[in-house]
Ligand binder design. Structure first.
Ligand code: NBP
Length: 477
């Protein structure tokens, strides 16, 4: 006799019921979609339906029955570990599907894998959507930011589900069609890169306030709460304020002081950084954030070097309150630069891969559900609505004003931080980027002279057209 589940009709199948898959499946079920849930290991499916029984969530134990439970065109969301497991699931699923069916990959897949898979499945008449999902477990369960990319004409079949489960910002779903093939996963990758830079900047503001401003955890919590009322208002600032107040379960004082100074990373920041070099785009703040995490991991070497390399003499800020305000302004200025770099990468990728990305729409779907959600994103949307061809966010009048009014603060906190021996890699990169961007000499004239001197690489001149080579008067072998 057939088990009861075998006769149930479903609207969508979710394949992979770990943290993210189960949360999205329940979110869809809450929104009235009949969801078929399948996981490679049966016990995971059983645990889900036991712990979270839901009328709209039907367990399946084989892909054939899951596929048979849907009317055509069918829809499946893959939520398994990124990499080979995604290909393995596709290989099994594709044998059971018909032309016009749809597969969504909601994991953190590398966009080049998504492009490859989309191309392969398109040849078989199956629509493949690389779908970035941001917001972690809580977001997936109650409303993530969703970035789908694939065949636009088929998007209408998946839009009702994705837009229903997505977070809402001012009543609008934080989900929008990004562009063809790998566009969705690319945007998600850059989102994660920006998240790395954002978090690093907040960490540097913390170091400045703690070690040059002598702020206590309570004072830090108060200050971050105050910041969260203004232009820095964001999820990351809000949770940081809460973190400073969190008592430790094992020792005296706050938990933050007992957490090892060594940060993990899963690779999406590194992908963004590597991709930026490929595109010839400067996302130095994202790279700096990756490098800061790498340095933080070298605990033994750092401990050994502590005794060998002289410490900077401490020079506390003269006026704690004024310093706090300078840090706020400097942080905001640097944050503008981080987003300017991230969106610059998107702009180049859009042209390179032929995606026609809509930057205002991208910023608008980051407004809720995801880690980088911030008030500031409304201003980014406005900037791109005012000028869809905006070449750099810093050139929008609103952000230009932010850069010009905050640049002095960024410089002053950098100076004090460096005098106190505080590492500020992301903030330093923000300052260097602004200076190079505004046409300050970069020293490239000297580099061109050296290249021409040792390799006859030629140079261009400031006073006449053409390409020149100079006889530098020595044997350069
Ligand atoms: P994991 O990334 O931990 O993957 C575990 C799931 O993959 C399990 O369902 C497992 O099945 C399945 N799986 C594996 Br591993 N190999 C498989 C194979 N060959 N065939 C079929 N299934 C296989 O799950 P997650 O943390 O829920 O994340 C899912 C995706 O979402 C990942 O790409 C992740 O990077 C992304 N993501 C995660 C977060 C987050 O906060 N966790 C946020 C945003 C995006 P099993 O039970 O049989 O082993």
């Amino acid at each position: 006799m057939k088990e009861e589940y075998m006769m149930q009709k479903t609207d969508i199948g979710v394949i992979g019921l770990a943290v993210m898959g189960r949360s999205l499946a329940l979110n869809m079920a809450d929104h009235g979609f009949k969801v078929g849930g399948y996981n490679r290991s049966r016990e995971v499916t059983d645990a889900l339906v036991k712990e979270h029984p839901h009328d709209n969530l039907v367990p399946f134990y084989d892909l054939e029955t899951l596929v048979a439970s849907q009317e055509r065109p069918r829809r499946f969301l893959i939520m398994v570990k990124a990499g080979k497991p995604v290909d393995m699931v596709i290989d099994q699923l594709v044998l059971l599907l018909d032309k016009g069916d749809m597969i969504l990959d909601g994991g953190n897949s590398f966009f080049e894998d998504t492009r490859r898979r989309e191309k392969r499945l398109k040849a078989e008449g199956i629509y493949y959507f690389g779908t970035g999902v941001s917001g972690g477990e809580h977001g997936a369960r109650f409303g993530p930011s969703i970035m789908p990319g694939g065949e636009e004409s088929a998007y209408r079949h998946i839009a009702p589900v994705l837009e229903a489960v997505a977070a809402k910002a001012q009543g609008e779903p934080c989900c929008a069609y990004m562009g063809p093939d790998g566009a969705g996963h690319y945007v998600k990758m850059v989102h994660n890169g920006i998240e790395y830079a954002d978090m690093q900047l907040i960490a540097e503001a913390y170091l400045l306030l703690k070690y040059a401003g002598n702020y206590t955890n309570e004072e830090l919590a108060d200050l971050f709460e105050e910041w969260n009322e203004g232009e820095l208002k964001s999820y990351l600032i809000e949770i940081t304020a809460r973190i400073f107040r969190e008592a430790d379960d094992y020792a005296e004082g706050e938990l933050v002081d007992h957490i090892l100074d060594s940060a993990g990373q899963k690779g999406t920041g590194r992908w963004t950084s590597l991709e930026s070099l490929k595109q010839g785009v400067n996302v130095s703040m994202i790279t700096a954030a990756c490098n800061a995490r790498i340095m933080s991991n070298r605990i033994a070497e750092r401990n050994a070097a502590k005794a060998l390399i002289k410490e900077a003499a401490k020079q506390p800020a003269a006026d704690k309150k004024a310093f706090g305000e300078s840090v706020r302004k400097g942080l905001y200025t640097a944050k503008i630069v981080a987003y300017a770099q991230g969106f610059d990468l998107l702009r180049h990728a859009s042209s390179e891969y032929g995606w026609d990305l809509n930057y205002g729409r991208i910023a608008s779907i980051f407004r809720a559900g995801c880690i980088i959600q911030a008030q500031f994103l409304d201003d980014i949307t406005k900037a791109f609505e005012n000028d869809s061809e905006l070449s750099n966010l810093m050139l929008d009048s609103y952000f230009l004003e932010g850069i010009n009014s905050g640049k002095g603060s960024l410089q002053s906190i950098l100076c004090l931080g460096i005098q106190n021996g505080i590492p500020l890699p992301a903030m330093s990169q923000a300052e260097a980027y602004i200076d190079a961007f505004r046409g300050t000499p970069t020293g490239a004239n000297l580099i061109q002279a050296q290249r021409d001197c040792f390799g006859a690489h030629t140079y261009e001149r400031t006073d006449r057209e053409g390409v020149f080579h100079h006889d530098w008067g020595q044997d350069n072998e």
